[in-house]
Design a protein around this ligand. Structure first.
Ligand SMILES: Nc1ncnc2c1ncn2[C@@H]1O[C@H](COP(=O)(O)OP(=O)(O)O)[C@@H](O)[C@H]1O
Ligand SMILES: [Mg+2]
Length: 348
């Protein structure tokens, strides 16, 4: 069992190539990989930033709009790539001509630890900008799946595609590049313990080398307000509750302007109010930032609200992969039992 979450030094970010430029350029939809547009044509992210205090709001709005714009362009570029034979719904192979290519795909993944076969021929995918919820009982391989995406474990067999590339043979250096695009919010936050909350969030901002100190401070304070832990920048991670650490981890993830975020049970072991806040935040991030997301969750209400698709892992297999509607209509007795038991625990 992977008890301790890896530290986030591998999440380091360097300045993206696609920084804001002063010269306004002609917007061209065909230029998928180049997101630069005049700032007045930036995506609207006001739902995310509307409650941030006036001192920090402009800086965060600009920062988030830049991220949303980069993600829109990246999603478009990935979607236009080759579809391959990745399944986009239960049993239905993608048609490379008409179906957008996925942002993330597991293709026939096998993974064992010693004699324990954790994943056996597991396939699922996530389209750019979509949210996949991974469901399944404890110990079924949900966290291992996320950790394989981050390159902490390698599959024994199969391909894992991220933004059109098979990452399975990647070196640690190449994985660091992948982790600039895909970042993970660990259950315990995996914050740097010895530096303040504010410096944790500032970490990816400082690595860009293009932001002035006052901008960094405004973005840090504004992001902390956005994730519900306003004014906590001078505390140490050890001063925070589990839910607050997770909020700070989300703020730090956002500071690196990722294209995709992986959340491991974000609403587990937090009080209901914090769970609600984190759930709302994840939902708004998805739509406003055009983030591709994977959410491992036990909370079916949360899954129903967020998921474009769900994958249900059971005894090493992707027992179900499809939309929430398809899940509700499924006749699979194992899936039905899982959903019924969940409904008993969490009455809707
Ligand atoms: N590093 C490891 N060494 C050996 N077994 C592991 C390791 N990490 C996970 N496992 C095993 O893999 C299985 C899936 O674990 P995990 O993905 O953490 O489950 P969950 O679905 O609850 O997140 C479990 O049986 C777990 O004990
Ligand atoms: Mg887990």
């Amino acid at each position: 069992m992977a008890d301790s979450d890896p530290k986030p030094d591998q999440n380091s970010v360097e300045p993206p190539d696609n920084q804001i430029q002063d010269e306004p350029r002609k917007p061209d939809a065909a230029e998928g990989a180049d997101p630069v547009q005049p700032s007045d044509q930036r995506p609207d992210v006001s739902e995310l930033t509307s409650e941030i205090s006036p001192d920090n709001q402009d800086a965060v709005h600009e920062f988030m709009a830049e991220a949303a714009q980069q993600n829109e362009a990246a999603n478009e570029a990935v979607a236009e790539g080759a579809g391959g034979d990745t399944p986009t719904s239960a049993g239905a192979p993608a048609n490379g001509d008409s179906t957008p290519a996925p942002y993330i795909a597991f293709e026939h993944i096998y993974k064992s630890f010693g004699d324990t076969d954790v994943l056996k021929d597991v396939s699922f995918s996530i389209l750019p900008g979509e949210t996949l919820c991974i469901l399944g009982r404890s110990g079924v391989g949900k966290s291992v799946s996320l950790q394989m995406l981050m390159g902490f474990y390698k599959p024994d067999k199969g391909r894992i595609m991220v933004a059109g590339e098979d990452i399975c043979g990647y070196t640690e250096k190449q994985m660091q590049e992948v982790r600039r695009k895909v970042t993970m919010v660990f259950q315990n936050g995996a914050l740097f313990d010895s530096i303040t909350v504010g410096e944790n969030v500032a970490f990816p901002l400082r690595e860009r080398h293009d932001l002035a100190e006052d901008q960094i401070q405004q973005v840090v304070r504004g992001l902390l307000e956005m994730v519900g832990v306003a004014g906590m920048e001078d505390l140490l991670p050890s001063d925070l509750s589990t839910g607050m650490k997770r909020s700070v981890a989300i703020a730090r993830a956002l500071a690196s302007q990722p294209e995709a975020v992986l959340y491991d049970e974000p609403t587990t072991m937090v009080d209901p109010l914090m769970g609600h806040l984190l759930g709302n935040l994840i939902a708004r991030l998805k739509t406003q930032l055009h983030l591709t997301s994977i959410v491992v969750t036990h909370d079916m209400r949360f899954a129903r609200r967020l998921a474009d698709r769900v994958v249900f892992l059971h005894q090493g297999e992707a027992r179900f992969f499809g939309t929430v509607d398809e899940m509700d209509k499924s006749d699979d007795p194992v899936l039905k039992e899982f959903l019924e038991l969940d409904a008993l625990v969490l009455p809707v």
